[in-house]
Design a protein. Structure first.
Length: 255
């Protein structure tokens, strides 16, 4: 009976030699999903070493499952795999963040300007609908760490896509979306890692951008978008400065 209770309480540990049968792929996906969520939530500090053995003990799975999950996260750019050094969370690259922000403001701003200038009733309906979805989607999964839900993150992407949807340039829209995807990790980190994020009114920022777009005020819409993007960067730069001075994010850890 005790053995059955242990089985119900914790996943069965299996060794690499024994194999994990048909359950291995599902275990890998489960571990990958949870590790991804922890990285995005800032549970591990940027650049933190990740011990496969510690993670295997934590999840109650074999080393092979953890290594496969970490390798998949490396393919997504969230984890770095270095010879002789093992796995670590991707670092917060200040130079990359600044450059990415500058290019995003230019490209996404240009796409938004074109969209507002070519706005019609279909565009307005799309923007209003995307904003309504965003406001009705649960925002934080953890209030203490300001970790956003996956559902809100998806609705957020849809809203920003809607804002530039009337741009007549497919290439410009594609570039804007690609750059936004590249900045997703930075955006996710801006909440858990930056203490100042607690005072940010993201809902107000989105509402202001929508109102400017609906008013066909391209200049204001583009200016608000630039402020929106730059604020995220400013929060992370403040975190990076504190970290350089020896302070770290509350709750961040290594594994």
């Amino acid at each position: 009976m005790a053995a059955r209770q242990d089985k119900d309480r914790r996943p069965v540990r299996r060794t690499d030699k024994a194999g994990e049968g048909d359950a291995a792929p599902s275990r890998t996906v489960a571990v990958q999903t949870e590790l991804r969520a922890r990285v995005l939530a800032g549970r591990f500090a940027p650049g933190a070493r990740l011990s496969p053995r510690a993670l295997a003990d934590d999840f109650g799975v074999s080393l092979s499952v953890v290594r496969e999950a970490l390798s998949r996260l490396a393919e997504q750019g969230l984890v770095v795999a270095a010879p002789q050094l093992g796995f670590s969370v991707v670092s917060l690259d200040v130079a990359d963040l600044i450059d990415l922000t500058k290019v995003r403001v230019l490209i996404e701003g240009a796409a938004l300007r074109e969209a507002v200038e070519h706005a019609d009733v279909e565009y307005e309906s799309l923007v209003v609908g995307a904003h309504h979805r965003l406001t009705r989607t649960p925002f934080l999964s953890d209030l203490a760490t300001l970790t956003v839900t996956e559902e809100w993150a998806a609705a957020h992407a849809i809203f920003h896509d809607a804002l530039i949807s009337a741009s007549p340039s497919p290439r410009l829209r594609s570039m804007a979306a690609s750059l936004r995807d590249r900045a997703e990790l930075y955006r996710r980190w801006s909440g858990p890692l930056a203490a100042e994020a607690a005072t940010r009114d993201v809902a107000c920022e989105h509402r202001a951008m929508m109102d400017a777009a609906l008013a066909h005020d391209a200049d204001r819409a583009v200016a608000l978008l630039a402020d929106h993007i730059n604020l995220t960067t400013d929060l992370l730069l403040a975190y990076a400065e504190r970290t350089a001075e020896g302070e770290g994010p509350a709750g961040a850890a290594t594994a």
